[in-house]
Design a protein around this ligand. Structure first.
Ligand SMILES: NC(=O)C1=CN([C@@H]2O[C@H](COP(=O)(O)OP(=O)(O)OC[C@H]3O[C@@H](n4cnc5c(N)ncnc54)[C@H](OP(=O)(O)O)[C@@H]3O)[C@@H](O)[C@H]2O)C=CC1
Ligand SMILES: CC(C)(CO)C(=O)C(=O)O
Length: 305
């Protein structure tokens, strides 16, 4: 069984390395230009493990336009704003029974892809694994975590669950297939709605959001609005969301959030799929979200979008 991974950034390289470590032969799909610049080289993927060891693997690279294989398992590791285009770019090669796993933060891209690719089985993942890129095809595994994967499309039949389970079973990551992926996505959305935008606004580490009463108040207001929308959509709360947000601030105290890093580097952020998604859902339900709207306005004034 062969996995194709699209997006050769932190997550794409991290997961590709896991398949290689497990003795599988994944293909990593690059953007056309990047792929063609590498055609005459023998590409090596390097991963710095948390334990201090660096592993090197020779790797199969390809690009959406050059690809001749049919795709049976596709792992999508782009940012949320690029995910739909990435899946469309390989649509011609997706087999009818292809399993597509979406690794994006935020929400909205998963729903759009699962609606469009209704003949394939679309799964969404939520992960607490952490990784960052040291260089092109050189990834650092920054933190061990867990990954939950569940169906976005109407519940897949038993053979589809089994096929996905089999395709992942050799990996040493903690992976749980779940019927409750929507709850996991909403938990992560609450964390990202509260932490990501504020860290970009204050240009601070995650832990510094707990440093003043004013920041803690904003965390609480942002999280409360996520709770209200989630409840109105009928997604059960599995615990206290604000406690979860505080715990993530503590556990990742020294980290700069992905949005803070994107803002520093003048890149587009995933906020339209985080606070932007929440605001749109709230509008449909007639719920006010002043904390999230104020935050998005303040960020836009600083050209963080
Ligand atoms: N890094 C982490 O620790 C974690 C990340 N996540 C989530 O995982 C997702 C991926 O994040 P991450 O890996 O960090 O992001 P990166 O920006 O590091 O990687 C995304 C990669 O996808 C490539 N890409 C985008 N569109 C295409 C396309 N059409 N064809 C081929 N390649 C494409 C990008 O290329 P280019 O640079 O040219 O655009 C880039 O190399 C995000 O939603 C993120 O929030 C979740 C948990 C942890
Ligand atoms: C959990 C958190 C906030 C960790 O930094 C994250 O998901 C991100 O940075 O995007």
């Amino acid at each position: 069984m062969t996995w194709h991974i699209i997006g050769a950034g932190s997550m794409g390289c991290l997961w590709t390395a896991q398949f290689l470590k497990a003795g599988m032969k994944p293909t990593l799909l690059l953007r056309e230009q990047r792929f063609h610049s590498l055609v005459s080289t023998k590409p090596i993927l390097a991963i710095d493990e948390l334990e201090g060891i660096t592993h090197h693997f020779t790797i199969n690279l390809d690009s959406p336009a050059s690809l001749s294989d049919s795709i049976e398992y596709l792992l999508v590791c782009t940012k949320a704003q690029d995910a739909e285009a990435a899946v469309h770019s390989v649509a011609h090669q997706l087999s009818d029974h292809c399993q597509i796993v979406l690794m994006q933060n935020g929400m909205g891209s998963q729903q759009a892809i699962s609606q469009h690719f209704s003949s394939q089985t679309v799964w969404a993942a939520s992960t607490t694994e952490g990784a960052w890129m040291k260089d092109f095809l050189h990834v650092c595994h920054a933190g061990h975590g867990s990954t939950w994967i569940g169906p976005m499309s109407s519940t897949p039949d038993e053979p589809s669950w089994q096929r996905l389970k089999d395709a992942l079973e050799k990996l040493s990551f903690d992976i749980q297939l779940t019927h409750q992926i929507e709850q996991k996505l909403w938990d992560k959305l609450a964390v990202n709605c509260a932490i990501n935008g504020l860290t970009a606004l204050y240009d601070c580490r995650n832990g510094e959001l707990l440093a003043t009463e004013e920041r803690k108040k904003r965390l609480a207001e942002l999280t409360e609005e996520v709770s209200q929308v989630r409840e109105a959509k009928g997604v059960p709360n599995c615990g206290n969301l604000l406690e979860l947000v505080h715990q993530v601030c503590i556990d990742t105290a020294m980290n700069n959030s992905s949005t803070c890093m994107d803002a520093r580097q003048g890149r587009a952020t995933e906020l339209p799929f985080i606070n932007g998604y929440l605001i749109k859902q709230a509008e449909r339900l007639g719920i006010e979200t002043p904390a999230n709207q104020t935050l998005m306005r303040e960020l836009a004034e600083r050209h963080i979008t």
